[in-house]
Write a protein that binds this ligand. Structure first.
Ligand SMILES: [Zn+2]
Length: 297
């Protein structure tokens, strides 16, 4: 299968580039190659690579254990290949939205945009939706296409509650930009179709978030050509590492500010800590007078 061999080749290239084993990626590729159906973001699959070595970016020392992150434009923008604000000329490339990585909220002011990646998941997404409803909070859900296909009721529930949908690819390949153009187009547009089908007629996909923050220009261009604004994050909860509820809140609060885009997860493993942290975060944000917005488009 050409796709599988291409994945292996990409893994080999990544190893050569980074000098790390990228065991997580290898396990992921093995899983997808043996699976009859779409890969499941099971508890065992590392959703975000733990290697700090990346051909894409050099995280600052404080984020040495983090994946390449589009966070904190003031401190790490230079680590991005062309910077988060570097939009290419849209008209010549057929963009319907900007291809620049978005770090700000739509409403501005004292608002935050909560984002939840890797779902939908029947164990966790309903809990997130219930908490958001309690606080009259709106959020953005970056869904993996096959997960939406498996749980269209959850994708519909997200839309019905007034939240926004974001494309998070088909296979959650955190090195997708190392793959051929055609592969990347399919990763983005197939998921777009899967999530749209799950959401039902009239539902809109607003954004694209690249797995692992792999936002090289080619990826942002494809997204923008298909009407999906690339969105980054300014506050990485690192909840997938399960550092404990207090740890998740500490990670978020480290850089929390008006206009923050907060990254959390409602899929990809045991998210019980994420749920508990979200409950506390919403109490905190309410008490601090924050309002809830979406990433600006
Ligand atoms: Zn993800």
């Amino acid at each position: 299968m050409a796709l599988v061999s291409a994945k292996k080749a990409a893994a080999a290239v990544a190893v050569a580039l980074t000098g790390t084993t990228l065991a997580a990626y290898g396990a992921y590729a093995a899983q997808t190659s043996s699976a009859a159906g779409p890969p499941s973001p099971s508890a065992s699959r590392p959703i975000v690579a733990t290697s700090s070595a990346s051909p894409l970016a050099s995280p600052p020392p404080s984020q040495s254990a983090s994946p390449p992150s589009p966070a904190a434009p003031s401190s790490s923008a230079a680590a991005w290949p062309s910077g988060p604000g570097s939009a290419s000329a849209g008209s010549s490339k057929g963009f319907t939205v900007s291809n620049a990585l978005q770090f700000n909220t739509e409403d501005g002011g004292r608002s935050v945009a909560l984002t939840f990646d890797d779902g939908p998941d029947p164990r966790w997404t309903p809990k997130v939706l219930a908490l958001l409803a309690q606080h009259h909070a709106k959020a953005t859900f970056c869904e993996i296409g096959p997960n939406a296909q498996r749980h269209p009721d959850l994708t519909k529930a997200v839309v019905a509650a007034g939240h926004r949908l974001c494309d998070h690819s088909v296979h959650h390949n955190e090195r997708q930009s190392s793959m051929p153009l055609d592969y990347n187009v399919h990763e983005i547009t197939d998921a777009q179709r899967e999530i749209s089908d799950a959401a039902g007629p009239g539902a809109k996909l607003w954004y694209y978030r690249a797995p692992g923050g792999d936002f090289k220009p080619v990826i942002r261009d494809i997204a923008a050509q298909h009407g999906l604004r690339p969105i980054g994050w300014s506050d990485d909860s690192d909840d997938w590492k399960r550092p404990g509820v207090a740890g998740i809140l500490q990670n978020i609060n480290r850089n929390l500010h008006p206009g923050s885009i907060v990254l959390m997860h409602d899929g990809g493993g045991d998210r019980s800590q994420s749920i508990a942290a979200l409950a506390k975060l919403l109490d905190q944000l309410d008490a601090q007078g924050y309002t809830y917005s979406f990433p600006a488009r």
